[in-house]
Structures are given as structure tokens and as C-alpha cells.
Design a protein around this ligand. Structure first.
Ligand code: LIP
Length: 274
């Protein structure tokens, strides 16, 4: 990575500021949410997703005009600096739609590539507007929940690990994932399904989960949370030693990650569909 520790810290502070600004915007829910769908009738998006990303993009054009932007809801913006901001304006959109607490704004900045299999994460922040919590990290400088440093749990046995996962939006994908989770449930303490990948990864970072896995994420879902979990001591991979991709993300403490990756990979191999 070519970004200096000092510059990475400045970028972390900017990511926190931007995530919190967008969090303040979406926390003030309008009387009417205008809901449309994307990949399937259950893949919801609201006007607040768009408003959040528009705010993030406008602020980045002001303070980081030479950086590229990759966001969930708007077309990519090219850049010349070598840095790319990766934005999820509302992660956990269905939770937001149902007015439950587990939704977040995720802001990350990466360098070298905008492909999650090869980018180098520089800094990131995840804001949960419903509770005012913000997790953040700069590469090599640790992970924080507010001002408090995060550390993964030291669980040593998959059989006592609390594991989160998520499910996609198409019947074929959900059928496949139901088969996979049916093999994971007997192997772990219990399963949680929170509805936000970014917050699941932050939960691994601060020890309120032991591990997390999911197939089918967008790069914006995990860009910030994966760095935060890594900086808290987690191993975060594609389940096969590489960086997370849309095929699979597996995150967990050193003693649990490999066992979970083996369990999930076998279950995915044996499950129908994909
Ligand atoms: C969500 C992810 C979650 C996944 C959901 C959805 P979104 O992102 O954060 O982990 O299980 O299906 O993809 O769509 O709310 O930004």
C-alpha cells in the first residue's frame, strides 16, 4: 500500500464524518418511503438510499475531487488519484424499510483497484444511525467502536461459535443458502441473521459475534466492515485464502475462521444451485 499511515488516519476520520452525515440524513425517516425493487421483488431500494449516496458523492466531490467512487445505487465515478471510495448508502435496506435498528451507512476507501479480490483497503467507517454507533479503522492502525478499540473474541471451537450469515434475494439463491445453513447450524453454537453485512462484520470486530459468512455480497456491503474486522484481529477471506468476493466472505477469529470456511465450502459444494 502506498498511502502513508498519517494519510490513512486522515481518510479514516473523513470516512467517519461522511458516514455519520449520511446516517443523520437517513435517520430522519420521511413520512412516506417510496420503495422500488432491483434484482427481485424483495430486493428493496428507497428514495433514502439514493439521497444518502447523493450526499456522500456530493461531499466527496468537494473534498476528494480526484478520487474514484464505486457506490451501490449510482454509476461509477472515475478518478485519477489511485484511491476509490466504496459506498453503501444504506446497508440493511429491508431493516430500514421495516424501521428496525440494524441498518448502516458504510464508507470505505481502497487503493490499487476497485475489485475487492485485489484492492488494498486503506480506511473505512460503518455508522449505525439508530444507536449512534460508528465503527472505523485505518489499515495497520487497529479498529475502533467510537473511541474504544475493538478486539475479536477468542473462541477456539467452531462448536461454541456464534455465527451470522445472510441470504440473497432470488428463490434459487435462497434455496441454495438454506441447504448451506442447514449444514452449518449443527456445527456451531447458533446462527444469527441481522440483515446488514457491514454490521455483522463490525460485530465480529467487537466480539458480539464469533464469525460471519455470506455468499453474494456486493463490494460495498463488505468494503469497510472487512477492514474493521481485520484490524480487530479477524481473518477475513473468500474462504479459500484470497480476499472476499461476491462468491463468498468468511470472517472470524484465527481459531474459528478456517473451520468455518471448511464447513461452508463443503456445504456449498454439496448444495443444489448456487
Ligand atoms: C444486504 C446485506 C446483507 C444481505 C442482504 C442485503 P443491502 O445489503 O448487507 O448481508 O444478507 O440480503 O444484501 O441490500 O441492504 O444493501
Amino acid at each position: 500500500m502506498t498511502t502513508s499511515p498519517h494519510e490513512s488516519e486522515k481518510l479514516r476520520l473523513l470516512a467517519v464524518e461522511l458516514a455519520q452525515e449520511a446516517g443523520d440524513l437517513i435517520r430522519e425517516r420521511p413520512d412516506t418511503l417510496h420503495v422500488t425493487s432491483k434484482s427481485s421483488p424483495t430486493d428493496a431500494v428507497t428514495q433514502m438510499d439514493a439521497a444518502s449516496e447523493e450526499l456522500l458523492r456530493r461531499r466527496l466531490s468537494e473534498v476528494r475531487p480526484d478520487d474514484a467512487i464505486l457506490g451501490e445505487e449510482c454509476p461509477d465515478t472515475p478518478g485519477t488519484s489511485g484511491l476509490t471510495w466504496v459506498l453503501d448508502p444504506i446497508d440493511g435496506t429491508v431493516n430500514y424499510l421495516y424501521d428496525s435498528l440494524q441498518y448502516a451507512v458504510s464508507v470505505a476507501v481502497v487503493e490499487g483497484s476497485n475489485d475487492p479480490s485485489s484492492w488494498a483497503a486503506v480506511a473505512g467507517a460503518v455508522c449505525r444511525p439508530s444507536t449512534g454507533d460508528t465503527w472505523s479503522a485505518a489499515a495497520g492502525a487497529g479498529a475502533f467502536r467510537g473511541e474504544r478499540r475493538c478486539q475479536v473474541r477468542g473462541t477456539h471451537d467452531l462448536g461454541t461459535a456464534l455465527v451470522a450469515t445472510g441470504f440473497g434475494y432470488t428463490v434459487e439463491r435462497r434455496t441454495h443458502q438454506a441447504h448451506v445453513v442447514s449444514k452449518v447450524i449443527p456445527a456451531v453454537r447458533d446462527i444469527r441473521r441481522g440483515g446488514s453485512a457491514a454490521l455483522d462484520l463490525c460485530a465480529v470486530a467487537d466480539g458480539s459475534l464469533d464469525a460471519y459468512y455470506e455468499k453474494g455480497l456486493g463490494p460495498w456491503d463488505h468494503a469497510a466492515g472487512a477492514l474493521i474486522a481485520t484490524e480487530a484481529g479477524a481473518i477475513v477471506t473468500d474462504g479459500r485464502g484470497g480476499q472476499p468476493t461476491s462468491e463468498l466472505i468468511v470472517a472470524g477469529g484465527p481459531a474459528v475462521h478456517d473451520a468455518l470456511a471448511r464447513c461452508v465450502n463443503k456445504a456449498m459444494h454439496d448444495a443444489p444451485g448456487g
